[in-house]
Design a protein around this ligand. Structure first.
Ligand code: ZN
Length: 168
């Protein structure tokens, strides 16, 4: 299969697209309730993984969805931060992965961005905020008005050094 051909959606992607279409039609997103609580600081990676699993309703599938979580040494956990790394999360499928970056936004909320190649330099950068299954569906459909709108897109240190997409 040529690499330019879009592969069919897998089961998580299909559910995301269905959720996005439903939200667009009804104006209402599915209710997932509050995030799970962080019980112990040394389990932060597992907590971040649990929050992503919760926001994307991954428990609703009739099969387990694996997530790999590890420190991301390229991005800081908070804007302009130095001491704590962001968290990189990967959902592996048979033929591809969905990759996310977890950071805290300006209001201290844990926020997820989907990682995709920069349109300018091709490096993997935080591209769009994805905080629900509907958000993921919009991203997959390229339907969102704010596509390319993650605040981390311009500030990401993952861009090539001369990349024009990187702000200063
Ligand atoms: Zn770039």
């Amino acid at each position: 299969m040529p690499s330019t051909m879009r592969k069919p959606f897998n089961y998580v992607e299909t559910a995301a697209v269905q959720a996005a279409v439903k939200r667009a039609r009804t104006g209402q997103a599915g209710q997932v309730g509050p995030d799970p609580a962080l019980h112990s600081e040394d389990a932060e990676l597992r907590w971040v993984e649990a929050v992503l699993r919760h926001r994307l309703s991954l428990h609703s599938f009739d099969r387990p969805v694996g997530i790999r979580a590890q420190n991301d040494d390229t991005h800081p956990l908070v804007a302009n931060g130095r001491h704590f790394p962001a968290v990189a999360l990967t959902i592996p499928f048979a033929d591809r992965t969905l990759d996310f970056l977890a950071t805290y936004n300006d209001r201290g909320r844990l926020t997820f961005d989907v990682i995709a190649p920069c349109a300018q330099c091709g490096k993997p950068v935080p591209t769009e905020e994805i905080n629900s299954l509907e958000d993921l569906g919009d991203y997959l459909l390229q339907a969102r008005d704010t596509l390319g709108g993650s605040p981390r897109l311009r500030t990401s240190p993952a861009h090539a050094s001369a990349c024009p997409a990187r702000g200063n």
